[in-house]
Design a protein around this ligand. Structure first.
Ligand code: HEM
Length: 337
C-alpha cells in the first residue's frame, strides 16, 4: 500500500477519534458516556482480549524445541563457547530465564539487529544497527514511567514508589507546573519511530496503516496530556474524584472538567480497546515466544510427545492367531502353520 494512502487512513482515524469526544462532550454533554461507560468498556475489552489471546497461544502445540543457531557447543566441546552463546541458546532453565529477562528488560534480540549494506564493488557487509533499539527502548521506558506516574490518579493514599517516581521525573522544578521529562521523551521517541518509518525507504515499503495508526494514536495521547498539563489546565481535584470513583466502582462525573481531559481519556480508551487485536499485543506475546522461552536441550533430553494417547492396536500376529484356520481354509498364505 502506498505511504500516502496508509498515512492518510491512519491520520483520519486519529482525527475522528479526537472529534468523537469533542462533539460528544462539548456539543452533546455526554459526560457520563465518555467519562465512565467508554473507559469501562475499553478496560474490559483490553483484559478479556488479552486473556483470550494468551489462552489461545498457550493452547497451540509446540511439539519440539526451536533452538537458534549459536550455542550448540554443549555437544561439541571442541567448539569454543562464550557467555554470549550461552545466552543465545541456553540448554538450562536458568539460562532460558536469563535470556527472557534480557529480552524483556533490554530488548536483547533487537540490540543484536544488523543491517545489510553494499560495500565497495559487489561485496555486501553487515553493519551494526542500533538506532531502532535505542528509539524502542527509550519509547517503552518513557511509556512505562508515564503509566506508573498516572497511578497517583487512581490511588489514595498514593504509593511511595509513585511519589518517588514523580519526584525523580519532575526534578526540573524550576517551572510551574513541574515539568515531567518522561512525557516529552515519550513524545520525542514515538515521533522518531514514525519518522523512521516515513524516511527509510525499506521500512516505508513494509509499513501499513496498522503500523502508522498506533504511533499516531500514542502521539495524540502524549500531545493531549502535555496540552492538558501545561496549557489548557483542568481541575485536577475533580479529575481525581472521577478517576478514584472509576477504580472504586462508584463512578461519579463532577461538572466542569475541561473537554481536553475527555479527549485524552478517549484516545487512551481507544488504544486499550484496540490493543488485543493489534500488533501491540506483542507485550503479552513475548512471554510465549517459543524461540525465547524453550531451552535447547533436544540432544540431552528425550522428548515424548505429550499429545500421544494410548491407542488400542490389533497386530497382524494377533489377527492371524484369530483367523488362521479360516485363512487356511480359504487358501490364504499364513506366517505360522
Ligand atoms: C496509556 C496511557 C496514558 C498515557 C501514555 C498518557 C500520557 C500522558 C502524558 C504524556 C501527559 C502529560 C503530563 C505527564 O507527563 O504526566 C498526561 C497527562 C495527564 N493524563 Fe494521561 N496518559 C495515559 C492515561 C491516562 C488516563 C487513563 C487518565 C485518566 C483517566 C489520564 C489523565 C491525565 C491527566 C488528568 C493529565 C494531566 C496531569 C497533570 O496535569 O498533572 N491519562 N498523560
Amino acid at each position: 500500500m502506498n505511504v500516502i494512502v496508509s498515512l492518510t487512513i491512519s491520520s483520519i482515524a486519529v482525527v475522528v477519534l479526537v472529534l468523537i469526544p469533542l462533539i460528544g462532550v462539548w456539543g452533546l454533554h455526554l459526560h457520563y458516556l465518555f467519562g465512565v461507560v467508554i473507559p469501562y468498556l475499553a478496560a474490559a475489552t483490553f483484559f478479556v482480549g488479552i486473556v483470550y489471546r494468551v489462552v489461545d497461544w498457550a493452547k497451540s502445540p509446540v511439539p519440539f524445541r526451536i533452538p537458534s543457531t549459536c550455542g550448540q557447543q554443549k555437544t561439541m566441546p571442541w567448539v569454543k563457547r562464550t557467555y554470549v552463546d550461552y545466552l543465545d541458546n541456553p540448554d538450562s532453565t536458568l539460562g532460558t530465564v536469563l535470556r527472557m529477562v534480557l529480552e524483556i528488560l533490554c530488548f536483547r534480540s533487537l540490540f543484536r539487529n544488523t543491517k545489510l549494506q553494499f560495500g565497495s564493488g559487489e561485496k555486501i557487509k553487515y553493519a551494526s544497527a542500533k538506532w531502532l533499539w535505542l528509539g524502542a527502548i527509550v519509547f517503552h521506558y518513557a511509556f512505562l514511567t508515564v503509566l506508573i506516574r498516572h497511578l497517583w490518579l487512581f490511588t489514595e493514599p498514593v504509593p511511595f514508589f509513585v511519589q518517588l517516581l514523580n519526584k525523580l521525573d519532575g526534578f526540573l522544578q524550576i517551572f510551574v507546573p513541574t515539568i515531567y521529562l518522561s512525557g516529552f521523551v515519550l513524545g520525542a521517541a514515538v515521533t522518531y519511530l514514525l519518522l523512521r518509518r516515513l524516511f527509510i525507504p525499506q521500512v516505508r515499503y513494509v509499513s501499513l496503516p496498522a503500523d502508522y495508526f498506533p504511533l499516531l494514536l500514542i502521539i495524540g495521547m502524549a500531545f493531549t496530556g502535555i496540552l492538558m498539563r501545561y496549557l489548557l489546565k483542568v481541575d485536577m481535584i475533580k479529575v481525581k474524584e472521577l478517576t478514584l470513583g472509576l477504580v472504586r466502582f462508584s463512578p461519579r462525573v463532577p461538572d466542569g472538567i475541561g473537554v481536553i481531559f475527555y479527549i485524552h481519556l478517549f484516545l487512551v480508551s481507544s488504544l486499550f480497546a484496540y490493543f488485543p487485536f493489534s500488533k501491540l499485543v506483542h507485550m503479552a506475546g513475548v512471554f510465549l515466544s517459543p524461540t525465547r522461552n524453550l531451552s535447547n536441550n533436544s540432544r540431552a533430553v528425550r522428548h515424548i510427545n505429550p499429545w500421544n494417547y494410548p491407542v488400542k492396536v490389533h497386530t497382524y500376529q494377533a489377527y492371524e492367531d484369530e483367523f488362521r484356520e479360516k485363512m487356511k481354509a480359504a487358501g490364504l498364505p499364513v506366517e505360522k502353520e
